[in-house]
Design a protein. Structure first.
Length: 241
């Protein structure tokens, strides 16, 4: 049995391997080591598994994680951003500057779908990356995630307790402040995805596949008028690729 962990700014998602995919994904707060240990201890396995993980939290967190969890695993391996991997090329001048979670999703999309792909990753931030079917990462766009978007209104007295909701209203112009904030966020995301998609489509002379991944992938996918594939655990699946 092998295990993959995707460590984001606020959550760590742990996936367990099964044939041609993953059998389950469990999410914890990134600092909830007590329950992470409890969960791992409860797993049934004959031999100690291998852990393969990506992390955006830096060296200090990684060292702490390894120290706490090393007794559960035969081997722990960190996934890092590289210049190239599995016929996929990183577009960053300094390859390691691209987040390892984004790199995992880019490589996964190219190798799993084998098409020109637009990858929309939904977490603490929202990233949009484009990779060609030949494995060339063309770059991307980075935006605020839902929590950070809503926090920008927190110092405005009447909006301190405002929350994003899954609004069913389709009109762009709203007459309620909460709905304006909701529609504003939806418009920001959908307009960005559509603009990236159309430019990538023009440059590749193809019809790219849009893959939406991450914690609230289904919600974000509902904002996008172009057909999308919802794959909440894209980076975890790459770990077993």
């Amino acid at each position: 049995m092998n295990i993959v962990a995707d460590i984001g700014n606020s959550q760590i998602k742990i996936a367990i391997e099964r044939k041609k995919g993953i059998s389950r994904v469990k999410a914890f707060r990134s600092d909830d080591f007590k329950n992470i240990r409890k969960y791992l201890k409860a797993l049934n396995y004959d031999n100690k598994p291998y852990l393969f993980y990506s992390s955006v939290l830096g060296t200090n967190y990684d060292k702490k994680l390894i120290k706490i969890l090393k007794s559960f695993f035969e081997k722990i391996t960190a996934f890092k951003s590289t210049r190239s991997l599995l016929s996929t090329t990183n577009s960053y001048k300094k390859a390691s500057s691209l987040g390892s979670d984004r790199w995992a999703q880019i490589v996964a999309a190219k190798n799993i779908f084998k098409k020109d792909c637009v990858i929309v990753s939904c977490g603490s931030a929202i990233s949009i990356d484009c990779v060609t079917k030949n494995g060339t990462h063309k770059g991307g766009v980075l935006m605020s995630g839902a929590e950070r978007y809503i926090n920008c209104f927190s110092d405005i007295h009447n909006l301190k307790n405002i929350k994003l909701t899954q609004t069913k209203k389709n009109n762009l112009l709203q007459t309620d402040t909460a709905e304006q904030i909701n529609v504003g966020y939806r418009t920001m995301i959908s307009a960005s995805v559509h603009k990236v998609y159309e430019e990538f489509k023009k440059n590749t002379k193809s019809k790219p596949t849009i893959i939406v991944s991450g914690s609230y992938a289904r919600q974000i996918a509902s904002y996008i008028e172009i057909n999308t594939l919802v794959e909440p655990f894209c980076s975890q699946k790459f770990g077993f690729y």
